[in-house]
Design a binder for this molecule. Structure first.
Ligand SMILES: [Zn+2]
Length: 351
């Protein structure tokens, strides 16, 4: 009798809850998708001190309810492999096969993409991954960041920000795992990073903790309690399809890990954990000659490049200050004082 009463009580509670869909439609910017549909549209960046523009967005609203994952690329509009990967996902992920919602933003920094300008938005000369959570009354980058925070970050449960080697960077694919200090959240994001599949993972323990000064897109999501991460693949210039494939597969793996699709990923068993990045910057203008490629393992004191003047007279040898792996190295001879020559990842021992 007691069992029967309990069963009746459960069914009364459970039935209306199961029938209620929290998102019969899902709207991001002007894109409104009903269940089982992919909709496209734009996140409007209004005009302000400078011009407004549209950030293209696709919303894949799964046939069944589930988590909301946002995947963003092109904050740096010439990091092409990551942009092409998100473009590919718009058609590759079918709403009929999806439980939950996938928000896809392939190019945040349209001006950079159109004008082929690395690192910054040429409209206001700001990096589009340093001014989050943004401001409604700032320059274009501030207003775009604000729109991304409102439309994408606040509506998702998880976010993956994709980057890659910019025009002047040959980059070895890796993910960043941010340690927020919230153990439960960090466990979820760590599992997502391992499911994604890149075998080199940089541990970010020094990212901002203040949601009102989050600076980076991923931190804007993480500081709002949404387990998220950043991944990078792609090298200078033309698109390397191998890098694109890594990012596409990575997102599909995370969709499977979050039970949003039927994919069952195999997490990376023995990742290389990078505990710290040593940044080598140019001390003077000159011509850069790289002597190692992305992913090379270097030892302290090893010559990894050289700088000459414009008449090929030696100025400086570039030497690795520590043992590590080249996460990226300058891809172009053009070198101005302050430019990054290489990033060396210091590998965590015994990890
Ligand atoms: Zn980037």
């Amino acid at each position: 009798m007691r069992t029967l009463t309990l069963a009746v009580a459960l069914s009364c509670v459970a039935r209306p809850a199961a029938a209620q869909d929290p998102h019969p439609t899902f709207k991001v910017g002007t894109a409104t998708a009903t269940r089982g549909q992919t909709a496209t549209g734009a996140i409007k960046v209004p005009q302000g001190a400078d011009a407004g523009y549209d950030i293209p967005v696709a919303v894949v609203h799964g046939a069944k309810p589930g988590p909301v994952l946002a995947v963003v690329a092109g904050s740096h509009g010439s990091e092409y492999a990551s942009i092409i990967a998100v473009e590919a996902l718009i058609t590759a992920v079918k709403p009929a096969d999806l439980s939950g919602t996938l928000i896809l933003v392939p190019i945040v920094n349209i001006a950079s993409f159109e004008k082929i300008v690395p690192h910054v938005n040429p409209t206001d000369n700001k990096s589009m991954n340093r001014f989050y959570p943004g401001a409604p009354n700032g320059t274009q980058t501030d207003r775009a960041s604000y729109a991304m925070t409102k439309e994408v970050v606040e509506q998702c449960d998880h976010l993956i920000d994709l980057h890659g080697g910019d025009l002047d960077e040959n980059l070895r694919p890796y993910s960043y795992w941010t340690v927020t200090g919230n153990q439960r959240q960090d466990d979820v994001s760590k599992a997502m990073v391992l499911a994604f599949g890149l075998d080199h993972i940089i541990i970010s323990a020094d990212r901002p903790k203040d949601p009102n000064a989050s600076r980076y897109l991923e931190n804007t999501a993480s500081t709002r309690g949404k387990p998220s991460f950043t991944a990078e693949a792609g090298r200078s210039g033309p698109v390397d399809q191998g890098d694109v494939a890594l990012l596409v597969k990575g997102v599909q793996n995370v969709l499977g890990h979050l039970k949003m699709t039927a994919t069952r990923p195999t997490p990376v068993a023995r990742p290389v954990w990078i505990e710290r990045i040593v940044n080598l910057a140019a001390e003077q203008d000159g011509v850069f000659h790289a002597l190692v490629d992305r992913g090379a393992h270097v030892t302290k004191g090893m010559k990894i490049g050289a700088v000459t003047d414009y008449l090929n007279r030696p100025i400086k040898d570039i030497v690795a200050p520590e043992d590590g792996v080249i996460t990226f190295i300058r891809a172009l001879p053009s070198l101005r004082k302050g430019d990054t020559i290489a990033n060396i990842g210091v590998i965590k021992k015994g990890a």
